[in-house]
Design a protein around this ligand. Structure first.
Ligand SMILES: [Zn+2]
Length: 357
């Protein structure tokens, strides 16, 4: 089947269409963590360049950074920064001619109030625009016991579903550390916590799918960050078992679960392709794009070292204004990020697959 959507931020049924097309077309949509207009615009630029749809996401600290690090009330900054970022994307995404999903990343127990505050903003936005501010939020209660994880997920989805919002949950633990969530201590191929149990996925499906749309970050040995080879053993076949258990128990269509691949940075291409074949429709990218941005800025600084020390060359009086203009090095970072994202779109087979028309 071929699908088409209007360019811009997609929510509700349009978001479900986007995921359905990805699953049928055996590709996944990159979800890129961003922290400001530079990284947000670089993601939209890369998506437009590759004619792919894309997911722009913010961690709580990414949202706070968007608002500005000096604001005293950190909680308010996390909320308002995330709102500001979403408004920026709503205003501009259509101009890039692609579909953009707006999402927030890991929210552990302590960050539930952040998610709830953002849902309130989406409710207010919905009153005016007929769509929520965010397409979806992630609630990561994988560190809590599963009863609490699922009951809180249910409570939030009951509030979000009526305004067309989706919820991403996590079962099992994504290893490694990202933005202060998680730890490096739990990495190891023999840690059973790193592998989600199919029975838990079934429980989530039975509880949540009657309420609204949810996606599931299931752990199959994936870790946040990039570590030495050998520390991580990816076992995507766990995802296949989860899908099959839901299919056979609930009599659903094939691959009913919309799965999310966290900690995709540094993963082998073959494992990514295999995970996609089992119903992964979203892969998160943060570490690799952070490094690409930083490396490009670093290269620029190396190549223009004097301009970062002197306004005018102390020996020959050459003015360096054109080199130290922040637009030069910030743009270098954006270009580095776009280049790395070219690779991500290729890895996820989403090049040329935008539904925007
Ligand atoms: Zn993650």
């Amino acid at each position: 089947m071929s699908y088409s959507l209007k360019p811009g931020v997609v929510t509700g049924d349009d978001y479900k269409t986007l995921l359905k097309a990805a699953k049928e077309g055996a590709y996944a949509i990159p979800a890129v963590n961003t922290v400001g207009t530079n990284s947000v615009n670089a993601v939209m630029e890369a998506a437009a360049k590759n004619n792919s749809d894309v997911i722009i996401q913010f961690s709580n600290s990414g949202g706070q950074f968007y608002a500005g690090k000096s604001l005293e009330d950190a909680f308010e900054a996390k909320v308002l920064g995330s709102v500001s970022a979403a408004q920026h994307v709503h205003l501009l995404a259509e101009k890039y001619g692609i579909c953009v999903v707006l999402h927030t990343d890991h929210a552990n127990k302590g960050l539930i109030p952040w998610v709830e505050a953002l849902v309130s903003h989406s409710e207010a936005y919905y009153e005016i625009h007929g769509k929520p501010l965010y397409t979806s939020h992630m609630l990561d209660l994988s560190a809590e016991d599963i009863d609490f994880n699922l009951s809180e997920s249910k409570r939030l989805l009951e509030r979000m579903a009526p305004i067309g919002m989706s919820l991403e949950i996590e079962l099992g633990v994504t290893g490694g550390e990202e933005d202060g969530v998680g730890s490096d201590d739990d990495i190891g191929a023999d840690n059973p916590l790193l592998y989600t149990q199919p029975e838990d996925c079934l429980r989530a499906w039975e509880l949540l799918s009657p309420i609204g749309h949810f996606s599931l970050a299931a752990s199959f040995g994936n870790v946040h960050g990039v570590y030495k080879p050998g520390n991580v053993k990816l076992r995507p076949e766990i995802l296949k078992s989860a899908q099959e258990l839901v299919e056979s128990t609930c009599g659903t269509e094939l691959k009913p679960l919309d799965l999310v691949f966290h900690g995709g940075s540094g993963s082998e291409k073959a494992k990514i392709t295999e995970a996609i074949s089992y119903g992964v429709i979203k892969m998160n990218i943060d570490t690799d794009t952070q490094f690409a941005y930083a490396k490009a800025v670093g290269d620029y600084v190396d190549a223009n070292a004097k301009a970062f020390k002197y306004q005018i060359d102390p020996e020959d009086g050459t003015p360096y204004k054109k080199q130290y203009d922040p637009r030069k090095f910030l743009r270098a970072g954006e270009e580095g990020m776009v280049e790395r994202l070219d690779e991500a779109f290729a890895d996820l087979s989403s090049i040329g697959k935008s539904l925007a028309q």
